[in-house]
Design a protein around this ligand. Structure first.
Ligand code: SF4
Length: 227
């Protein structure tokens, strides 16, 4: 009997199957790296369509820049981003982001370059409103660094595949990917986006569509559900 496939092999197969099923996802939808950073904060606990509306309002007011967000009173920022929900809290986070960039002369290249990735990540995590998922989204999608993003979709799909425990910590899941995949930002980008797509379309929270799932033969949860 052949040994069971390693987690590295399974992760590679999952990626290939999802890419074949859904195609390239072309993330992150934004015009500039700073817009990615703003979007990474605004998307916390809300649907992307709401983020788009909030960003459109920031653009229309011509304040989608670190300096403008620092200058603008908190109440005005909150009012502009109202469609993204929890707008008072998110306004404070955006202003904190503006302060961070201000320390680097509003130059993203100075923030992101010439330092180990772990140092940049630590600095991001020290900013009000930036947790691990937001920090990694910024590092991957705004800065092009190989920092895997873990979100609720990733946790759900990996849990059902039996690759992580139900309550696995964020860093454990991140390490699972980063230790077994080449440190390729384009791969991490696509992989995360594909897991989100899979979680929305097929491996849904309720009533997952296991029968038509491209991962069924890899998935103990799906096989058990279908008997
Ligand atoms: S088989 Fe079902 S539970 Fe498993 S990954 Fe696919 S949709 Fe999710």
């Amino acid at each position: 009997m052949s040994p069971p496939p390693s987690r590295k092999t399974i992760l590679t197969q999952v990626y290939q199957r999802l890419f074949a099923a859904y195609g390239p996802q072309r993330w992150w939808p934004a015009e500039t790296p700073f817009e990615v950073m703003v979007g990474a904060i605004l998307t916390q606990n809300t649907a992307w369509a709401n983020v788009e509306r909030a960003i459109a309002r920031l653009k229309a007011a011509d304040v989608l820049s670190p300096a403008a967000l620092r200058r603008l009173p908190l109440e005005n920022v909150a009012s502009l981003i109202r469609p993204a929900g929890t707008f008072q809290a998110k306004a404070r986070k955006l202003k904190a982001l503006g302060e961070l960039l201000g320390r680097y002369g509003d130059d993203l290249a100075r923030l992101f370059n010439e330092r180990p990735l772990s140092d940049i990540r630590r600095e991001l995590l020290a900013v009000h409103g930036i947790g691990p998922e937001t920090a990694d989204a910024i590092l991957l999608y705004a800065a092009g660094n190989p920092s895997f993003v873990v979100d609720a979709f990733t946790q759900r799909v990996l849990g059902r595949l039996g690759l992580i425990k139900e309550k696995a910590r964020y860093e454990e899941v991140k390490t699972l990917f980063e230790a077994r995949l080449p440190p390729d930002p384009a791969l991490f980008n696509e992989y995360h986006a594909l897991l989100v797509e899979h979680g929305k379309r097929t491996c849904r929270k309720r009533e997952p569509r296991c029968r038509s799932c491209p991962l069924l033969d890899l998935c103990p949860t799906g096989q058990a559900a279908l008997g």
